[in-house]
Design a protein around this ligand. Structure first.
Ligand code: SAH
Ligand code: SF4
Ligand code: F3S
Length: 442
């Protein structure tokens, strides 16, 4: 008698890019699990390799290209290996990817990821890049590794067409997910023991279904078991008084907002098509700082946008000093095919972009440290995540303002919220000491 031993097929998922892409990978992992796959960290052991790609800057694209190149030899060793290219590069380049890389079997954009299961069951060379707005209505299985914090999609796509950005081309038009299915997903997460949700969208404050973003936050705030609500990304133009009120009043909405400024120069903001001026931004930032004590504001900056002159750059420096962001992500402008900025004149030379970037990062390092130092001696509410990566003897978690705190183990476990006194502040993390309950009542 023959003995057949069933071994599950293995999939390796390599993710590039933003939180939205990482969450899309969790959805793909959920689909693959339903298809009988297990996940592996070793591409050489995989039966299926999925690249979930990002095309936001040239560097992200180059990283993917070199990883894809390596799969040629893997495919030679294992002709049954299947390779899928998903995400934003897949959407932009479609069939061209298979043409130039014959080892690739499947190409599909972010709006078609729900069809991954069908794809791997059918034949070779599937390319799916058509617009598929129904993505916002599909409730997909999600494989989450962390049992405490979860990403939840609330909207898809973007309508803003900032002149440098590929996202509206790769993710299609903005579409909000129905509030009911968001609510149901989060209620299930709460029952499964999750404590924190991060609502994801390119421009979450323009969320609109039966209710608006404020309404959605109010509904989620009422879900028992969820302790913290975060959201990314907010567009400064659409940051309303109502949303500020929600951050201030709703107990679970954390006092942190990621509010990408991009440039401190109103002239540059205009040609970026951002829809606000420096003054508009500052008015909103001032209000946030005044009305929500201790709020952390983080931002994104692009250096060397076409025609950016010395005084435009100086305005960005002024903005950084004025707001004193808690943290920033700063990037050199990267020309992306198909965007308006790609064909703008007066490109800034790369070494100037680099100099400006270095100056911005140096200044921000000082500001971040100063802001963190101001927390020394304060008591912060920390959601405990687990053992610290840097020091296994310690435990790690985050403040409501999203700062990492490491402290010695006490009688607490992951998922709990503890009061921690900040004893030392560094640039990237804080050191704390757990406050015992007795001290609490003194
Ligand atoms: N939806 C968010 C950001 C999405 S992309 C928003 O509107 O702010 C994340 C960041 O990448 C952007 O904020 C921007 O700072 C940066 N970025 C996007 N396109 C870029 C490009 N072509 N070159 C350099 N940085 C870019
Ligand atoms: Fe890109 Fe602008 Fe949309 Fe953000 S708002 S995703 S920067 S087009
Ligand atoms: Fe995200 Fe990159 Fe696409 S930042 S939306 S994966 S281009």
């Amino acid at each position: 008698m023959l003995n057949f031993k069933m071994t599950a097929k293995k999939a390796y998922i390599h993710t590039f890019g933003c939180q939205m892409n990482m969450h899309d990978s969790e959805k793909m992992a959920g689909i693959l699990l339903n298809e009988g796959y297990t996940l592996t960290d070793a591409p050489q052991d995989a039966d299926l390799i999925v690249f979930n790609t990002c095309s936001i800057r040239q560097k992200a694209e180059q990283k993917f290209r070199s990883e894809l190149g390596r799969t040629k030899s893997l495919k030679k060793k294992n002709p049954f290996l299947r390779i899928a290219v998903a995400g934003c590069i897949a959407q932009q380049q479609g069939r061209g990817i298979i043409k130039n890389n014959p080892q690739v079997n499947y190409v599909f954009g972010p709006q078609n990821l729900q069809r991954l299961g069908d794809m791997i069951r059918t034949g070779e060379s599937v390319v799916l890049t058509e617009d598929n707005p129904e993505i916002s209505d599909s409730d997909l299985p999600v494989l989450r590794k962390d049992g405490i914090r979860a990403w939840v999609s609330i909207m898809y796509g973007c309508n803003n067409f900032c002149s440098y950005c590929v996202v509206p081309y790769t993710r299609g038009r903005e579409k909000s997910r129905p509030a009911r299915s968001i609510y149901e997903e989060i209620r299930k997460l709460a029952s499964a023991g999750f404590k924190e949700v991060t609502l994801l969208g390119q421009n979450v404050n323009s969320y609109k279904s039966e209710i608006d973003f404020g309404g959605l936050l109010k509904q989620i705030d009422a879900i028992e078991g969820i302790e913290r609500i975060r959201f990314v990304t907010s567009h400064p133009r659409d940051l309303s008084e109502d949303l500020m009120g929600c951050i201030k009043e709703l107990p679970k909405v954390c006092e942190h907002i990621h509010l990408p400024l991009q440039s401190g120069s109103s002239r540059i903001l205009k040609i970026m098509n951002r829809g606000y001026t420096y003054e508009d931004y500052m008015r909103k930032a001032d209000k946030l700082i005044k009305e929500i004590p201790g709020i952390a504001i983080t931002t994104d900056i692009i250096t060397g946008f076409p025609s950016e002159a010395v005084d435009d750059h100086a305005s960005t420096i002024t903005a950084l000093r004025a707001v004193e962001f808690d943290g920033i992500f700063a990037f050199k402008f990267s020309s992306r095919p198909g965007t308006k900025a790609a064909v703008m004149d007066e490109k800034v030379p790369d070494f100037v972009k680099s100099q400006r970037l270095a100056e911005i990062l140096k200044l921000q390092d000082e500001i971040t440290l100063k802001k963190n130092k101001a927390l020394e001696g304060t008591i912060q509410e920390v959601l405990i995540e687990g053992a610290s990566k840097a020091d296994k003897g310690k435990i790690t978690g985050r403040t409501r303002t999203n700062k990492i705190v490491n402290f010695s183990r006490g009688n607490v476990s992951p998922g709990q919220i503890a009061d921690v006194r900040i004893v030392k502040a560094m640039r990237h993390s804080l050191e704390g000491s757990l406050i015992s309950k007795d001290e609490d009542f003194q």
